[in-house]
Design a protein around this ligand. Structure first.
Ligand code: AMP
Ligand code: GLY
Length: 415
């Protein structure tokens, strides 16, 4: 089968690696990266140039296009492909609003009784400012639209909430995404990510994962796209899972149906396990990155069969099967990330990694050798009989790899 995967990070590398584990499909990737180019033909088209991606997919007669990142989904790439008669995996623009608009996501949660943080929505700075002055601290300020994962500010004081509101609503730090804000109650507890395949009627949750969003050990430093993950989360016990599946996961599909939205693709539930039970922080309309790098290696099914079942509406005939091993993914980032960093730094030692798979996030090939090409550079994933075993193997892999300025957390999986 001739497949195009849209995106170019570690998540896309994991998706392509997983597809190739089952069969030697003819895979292309737009734009891909250095590591992906070992498994797929990389084509230099930007995922956000949805016209160009759709035209290319049509011209090259792909049997299937998998759209992995948030922006092209929200911009309507799947809609465009579908109207060109191309099978595309991922939600339409309308369905992707569960991620693209936090105001819409909260509206769904409230209307359908999905447990979440209490909140208010504002489109007027003065009113928002007056409101936060009466809120207990900390309080959470969120830009409505997509903001590269940076549109959420946890504010310890009224002053910091006011400056977050000013940056988002007046200075338009995230552009139009800040026309509206959600101001919500701060929730406490461990966070867990649950991804699920959805064909519009049936929803099949995958095994849980835990992300590490802060840049440094001990959850210190600025937020990042994710510095490492492990799966499954021990905090996601059977009891918590039953509650989450009933009150959050199933209710979301029912809510979407009631709203007349047909959702086909992956839904990512970002949950906080509070003392009052699991509460939903947010939806993402796609696989997580680096969640995919620990969940997909544990999935025993042929990924393409599951994707086909989503497209055909036959997910009720699929049972997901899981490897009992634990997976750990350690992200190696460029020096300076998530702030400024340089690209083009040579990477060595990749061939010495023995007991881990290295998913490339931001790499390129230059003169036949790998160089860094992004903030998050590599995700080193290992499977083990328990978390210690998986950690040992993943970090043994990390220790073989060198690039100037590389930084990674040493505590992935310890919490
Ligand atoms: P989001 O993009 O909505 O997932 O927010 C990014 C991160 O901010 C989440 O992964 C949480 O760690 C944190 N966060 C978001 N909303 C809340 C909340 N209501 N209470 C506490 N932390 C939150
Ligand atoms: N790791 C979180 C995300 O993909 O948004």
């Amino acid at each position: 089968m001739k497949i195009l995967v849209v995106g170019g990070g570690g998540r896309e590398h994991a998706i392509i690696w997983k597809l190739k584990q089952s069969r030697n499909h003819d895979i292309y990737c737009a734009p891909g990266n250095g590591g992906i180019s070992e498994l797929a033909a990389c084509v230099p088209i930007k995922p956000t140039d949805i016209e160009a991606v759709a035209a290319y997919a049509k011209r090259e007669r792909f049997d299937l296009v998998i759209v992995a990142p948030d922006d092209p989904l929200y911009m309507g790439l799947v809609d465009k492909l579908q109207s060109a008669g191309i099978r595309a995996f991922g939600p339409t623009a309308q369905a992707a609003r569960i991620e693209g608009s936090k105001v819409y996501a909260k509206y769904l949660m409230k209307k359908y009784g999905i447990p979440t943080a209490e909140y208010e929505v504002f489109d007027d700075f003065a009113k928002a400012a007056a409101y936060v002055k009466g809120c207990p601290m900390p309080v959470v300020v969120k830009a409505d639209g997509l903001a590269l994962g940076k549109g959420v500010v946890i504010c310890e004081t009224v002053d910091s909430a006011l400056s977050a509101l000013k940056e988002i609503m007046l200075d338009k730090m995230f552009g139009e995404a800040g026309n509206r804000v959600v101001i919500e109650e701060y929730l406490e507890g461990p966070e867990v990510s649950v991804l699920a395949f959805c064909d519009g009627k049936t929803i099949l949750p995958m095994q849980s994962a835990q992300d590490h969003k802060r840049a440094y050990d001990g959850d210190k430093g600025p937020n990042t796209g994710g510095m490492g993950t492990f799966s499954p989360s021990l905090k996601y016990t059977d009891e918590v899972r039953n509650a989450a599946e009933e009150t959050i996961i199933r209710r979301t599909v029912d809510a979407l149906n009631a709203e007349g939205v047909l959702y086909k693709g992956v839904i990512f539930f970002g949950m906080m396990l509070t003392k009052d039970g699991p509460k939903l922080l947010e939806y993402n309309a796609r696989f997580g990155d680096p969640e995919a790098q620990v969940v997909l290696p544990r999935l025993k099914n042929d990924l393409l069969e599951v994707v086909e079942a989503v497209l055909n509406g036959t997910l009720d005939r699929i049972t997901l099967e899981w490897d009992d091993n634990v997976a750990v993914c350690v992200v190696m980032a460029s020096g300076g990330y998530p702030g400024k960093y340089t690209k083009g730094v040579p990477i060595s030692g990749l061939n010495n990694v023995r007991e881990a798979v290295v998913f490339h996030a931001g790499t390129a090939v230059k003169d036949g050798a790998y160089v860094t090409d992004g903030g998050r550079v590599l995700g080193v994933t290992a499977l083990g009989t328990d978390i210690q075993d998986a950690r040992k193997k993943a970090y043994a892999g990390v220790n073989e790899i060198f690039f100037e300025g590389a930084h990674y957390r040493t505590d992935i999986g310890l919490k």
